[in-house]
Design a protein around this ligand. Structure first.
Ligand code: NAD
Length: 483
């Protein structure tokens, strides 16, 4: 049986794409086909942009309190449907259902924060900048924004962007990941139920061709992007060349440094859930664990004991700790990295390559893996694997550990585990990475703080979420008046 074609959403209606090519979306645990993502082209992007342009004047003129009332209603609907949405997300992505519920909660928190736009969007005024002359700044929306999002958080990441863009009075074209776009389709329906007018949010499915059409479309003012660093760089450069605002969040290689004075029980809880949660498919996943001095041995022993006990299976089944990876192709990539690490001289202490779930032979399984003696020059020590693979490294001091970290191209997240306030302060001062965790494994900023990295993990200046989102989606206009 062929799965149903996934429609685009343009001007408030679900419309069948004219694309001749489509990609299958299937349950990564069972292989069951769930839908077919059309690879839409420039004409469909153009139709979506026109719908967004047509909706902009009336939406911009809608008072901010009325715009945010739609989001208040959406928040209620998302909460009411949370359990269903979580199951749908697990089926198309593979993560365990508790992780899906957590993702949806993070998305809801962004909708909640965007409900504060009437306050967040206020400007500033100063009387008498010269005698009888007043000056004020007002924030105005800019028109049509696009959001291009990855597969690993297909609900939360679109909600990092479009609720803020529409709350500030803009209209949006969303290009979700082609690998798992189904749950967000249901969220679009909920947004309509909440009262979002036609054309304010449009969805075009596709991949490279649709993205390029977005980046080059003269009707789009700005682009929010999240994905791998190579694509982020391309999006940043191409969109900027076409005169757009861009925020492009890329990949990561996150280090977790453990000092000898760390509380090992709490540390290992945080490390294990960071490395293996979401089967390692998180931009905040810990990837290299650096044991400093005497910390190395107990960290290694405990990691092996804990990782070896994780249960692999379908995310909807009880008692499962780790789901499959997204696709057969991605599984190959992770497995190749593990083999490459072993060839390069890392010791393969726990090998997840042959892991299987007997009942689910079509699942894309990779078991928890641990490699020892990982160095910053090896691909496994340097590049983003995006799978359940921990690299172990040693350092003689915090300073030496940071030197090792700074040889890496990425700058998304970093964690230190210690009970020393002095070491933590030193670490915070010298980390040089954007999202810094102290005794925290997944350094995920809440909706009211900026989310995004630095160095090779981020291209742009304003990040996702929080006040940065308000800045990104508005222009501060200065009015100077004399009467
Ligand atoms: P991806 O780069 O393959 O895809 C992201 C988006 O770009 C998708 O919508 C896709 O259709 C589009 N795309 C892919 N290749 C393209 C190309 N050549 N030209 C134009 N568009 C293209 O990323 P992914 O595999 O979906 O997601 C995983 C990546 O996202 C990881 O690198 C992860 O670290 C990163 N990520 C980063 C953050 C962050 O906050 N920095 C958050 C989540 C995910």
């Amino acid at each position: 049986m062929t799965a149903a074609a996934i429609p685009n959403f343009i001007a408030g209606r679900w419309v069948r794409s004219d694309a001749t090519e489509a990609l299958e979306v299937s349950d990564p645990a069972t292989g069951e086909p769930l839908g077919r993502t059309p690879l839409s082209g420039p004409a469909e992007v153009d139709a979506a942009v026109r719908a967004a342009q047509a909706a902009f004047p009336a939406w911009r003129a809608t008072p901010a309190v009325e715009r945010t009332r739609v989001l208040f209603r959406l928040k209620g609907l998302l909460e009411a449907h949370k359990a269903d949405l979580a199951r749908s997300l697990t089926r198309e992505h593979g993560k365990i259902v508790a992780e899906s519920a957590g993702e949806i909660q993070r998305g809801i928190e962004n909708v909640e924060h965007a409900c504060g736009i009437p306050t967040l969007m206020m400007g500033e005024t100063l009387e008498d900048v010269a005698r009888g002359i007043d000056c004020e700044t007002i924030r105005q929306p800019l028109g049509v924004f696009a959001a291009i999002t990855p597969y690993n958080f297909p609900v939360m990441i679109p909600l990092w962007f479009w609720p803020y863009a529409v709350a500030t009075g803009n209209t949006v074209v969303l290009k979700p990941s082609e690998q798992d776009p189904l749950t967000h389709q249901r969220i679009v329906d909920l947004a309509m139920e909440a009262g979002l007018p036609p054309g304010v949010l449009n969805v075009v499915h596709g991949a490279r061709e649709a993205v390029t059409a977005i980046l080059e479309h003269p009707g789009i003012t700005g682009v929010s992007f999240v994905g791998s660093s190579g694509t982020a760089r391309f999006v940043y450069a191409r969109a900027a060349e076409h005169g757009k605002r861009v925020q492009a969040l890329g990949g990561a290689k996150n280090h977790m440094i453990v000092l000898p004075d760390a509380d090992l029980d709490a540390t290992m809880d945080a490390v294990v859930s960071s490395v293996y949660g979401s089967t390692g498919q998180r931009c905040l996943a810990g990837s290299v664990i650096v044991g400093v001095g005497e910390a190395y041995r107990p960290v290694k022993d405990r990691l092996l004991a804990r990782a070896g006990g994780l249960k692999l299976g379908a995310g909807l089944d009880d008692g499962v700790d780790m789901g499959p990876v997204i696709s057969a192709q991605h599984r190959e990539r992770v497995v190749d990295y593990i083999a490459q690490g072993a060839r390069d001289g890392a010791a393969l202490l726990l090998d997840g390559r042959s892991a299987r779930v007997a009942r689910l032979p079509k699942g894309h399984w990779v078991g928890p893996t641990v490699l020892e003696n990982v160095t910053p020059d090896m691909p496994v020590g340097r590049e983003e694997i995006f799978g359940p693979v921990a690299g172990l490294a040693r350092a003689g001091s915090l300073e030496a550990a940071l030197e090792l970290v700074h040889r890496n191209q990425y700058g998304n997240a970093i964690s230190l585990f210690t009970t020393s306030g002095k070491a933590a302060r030193e670490f915070r001062y010298r980390a040089g990475i954007s999202m810094i965790g102290i005794n925290i494994g997944v350094v995920a900023p809440m909706a009211f703080f900026p989310f995004g990295g630095s160095r090779g993990s981020f291209y742009g200046d304003l990040k996702a979420q929080g006040r940065d989102a308000v800045e990104f989606y508005t222009d501060r206009r200065v009015v100077i008046s004399r009467w």
